[in-house]
Design a protein around this ligand. Sequence first.
Ligand code: 3UK
Length: 508
Amino acid sequence: MTYNAVSWLLDRNVDEGRGGKVAFDDTVSQITYGELQQQTRRVGNMLRRLGVRREERVAMIMLDTVDFPIVFLGAIRAGVVPVPLNTLLTAEQFAYILGDCRARVLFVSEALLPVLKDVIPRLPDLEHVVVSGKDAHGHKLLADELARESDKFTTAPTHPEEPAFWLYSSGSTGMPKGVRHLQASLQATADTYGKQVLAVREDDVCLSAAKLFFAYGLGNSLTFPMSVGASTVLNSTRPTPALMFELMNTYNPTIFYGAPTLFAAMLNDEASKGARAGTRLRICASAGEALPESVGHSWKSRFGVDILDGIGSTELLHIFLSNAPGDIKYGTSGRPVPGYKVRLVSDAGDDVPDGEVGELLVEAPSAGEGYWNQRSKSKNTFQGHWTRTGDKYVRDEEGRYTFCGRADDMFKVSGIWVSPFEVESALITHPAVLEAAVVPEADPEGLLKPKAYVVLRASSATDNLFEALKEHVKQKIGPWKYPRWIEVVDDLPKTATGKIQRFKLREH
Ligand code: 3UK
């Protein structure tokens, strides 16, 4: 049996009569399903002309414009493996990943060329650089290359279980690892979370703050809308609260996907007080980190629309545990997405009872095949039917799951597990605290106790603030978990995807 993801995601829409419908609008250009079909066929021909063969990798360091789906889907159509990279990385990180995946061609947005100037000559496997933009700066210009090609192309007869694209996991510790995702995996996320949780439909207009190079953004802006012939608004710039409100009012999305810090910032943004979230918005989704309960409630009361918190990962491609419309409990990650199974296990690997914390394992139709060239790390994460997430969770008697932190961030105080996340969540419910990060620190006896780094809201420092914060945490979550030390900082170390890097604070 052959299966190519692009036949299902794209050609099917044209066959069903949606060829003239706008698939993507990047605020400068629009592209219809029919035009996208032709452009992706041209990409296929161009890759063949440049000598790229099936299974070889091409890297993409591209902003969210209509060129992103053209290149990504064009490569997959040809059986060539696109590797979209986080556009916010440093030159050294780009050099590492481009070398690791042995990309034959690099597709790059013109604005990102300067960072890559010294990297490009150092890559032995790289043969061509193709620039998306107006000026190729001595390389090849995507528009010119595509204009030369025919829009007739035979889609590669790929296998549903062959690698179709790779995504590098951001790796809060160690080097990023290339996760090999299969041809059938995009459809697997659409058939599960897309159709059964979001219930995405043809008349939806999607807007995602997360970019297409993230697994989260790829599902939000490409897989789910294309799975039903809907439309997507792409944004190539930084998703500030003001810009998000502007896009919402201009394009009237029906689904808005964000992350907790953005939802909180949008609620707090002085300049946007009184702003509206468009007139057609029906649902919001949040992922990347746990959505604080208070943010969910405030958003709902301010805009009248719920936020569905759900957890996904690069390894599993999209969300596998989520709240659902009509079944929301803020402060939890909800229940398994239909099509996914989850387990919570102890360190010994036994299932833990409800109410006890365990590591979350997932059986997923969209799990990656493994990490490229990382046999031992692959064995540790992809264990037969089950994928280990490295997250600690607890299940309540109603079957809902609550996040307790990363397995590697948990620590014991007086023999009892403390989840930094729980202490942080308690801290940020205090009106003086904007953000918090908690790590273990040894007391004079050498015993671990929680230490908190806090970012304060403007002009909220008061005389007895630290004592008040300690008391606040004790009241909220119990006497032994309060931070024995508190330090005020201007900001917290975070990954490019906005996750707090507690290991950096532990090194202090
Ligand atoms: C954490 C969450 C609590 C968790 C992602 C949606 O974030 C995504 O992928 P990454 O590989 O990170 C995965 C890790 O992030 N996390 C994500 N969402 C939540 N923790 N509540 C949440 N709602 O530690 C997880 O293991 O960057 C999110 C879809 C696709 C994704 N790749």
